[in-house]
Design a protein. Structure first.
Length: 121
């Protein structure tokens, strides 16, 4: 569980760094455009072009990030203890299967206690 969370955190951190790099690149491009001596309409069109490239780069970064996250999530098909036990039971772990059955028995007993008819009918 901790290994999975560590990989997810590392992937998210890498995505944030990539996103920041795209933002820094776009800001630098805009500043370079502002320093150039160009007609106003040309600067506007060039800024729009930078904005389009920035949006496309952001989409690309998100796509790569989502692909990485999905790969990590598929390699660990569980996200909590109960999911881990189910996964282990499917793999043939008898201890995990016993724990799941004992939990199911406890839940059934608790539900049966709650369903007792009241005497005030």
């Amino acid at each position: 569980m901790q290994e999975r969370q560590g990989k997810l955190d590392a992937s998210r951190q890498q995505s944030a760094q990539d996103m920041q790099a795209v933002m820094n690149w776009a800001d630098a491009e805009r500043m370079a455009l502002d320093r150039r001596i160009l007609p106003h309409s040309t600067k506007i069109k060039l800024r729009q072009l930078v904005n389009v490239k920035q949006r496309q780069a952001i989409v690309d970064v998100r796509e790569v990030s989502n692909t990485n996250l999905q790969a990590i999530r598929q390699s660990y098909p569980y996200h909590n203890w109960n999911g881990y036990l189910k996964w282990q039971a499917e793999q043939g772990n008898k201890t995990a299967l016993e724990v799941l059955r004992s939990k199911a028995a406890k839940n059934n007993a608790a539900e049966a206690d709650q369903e007792k008819p009241s005497r005030h009918e």
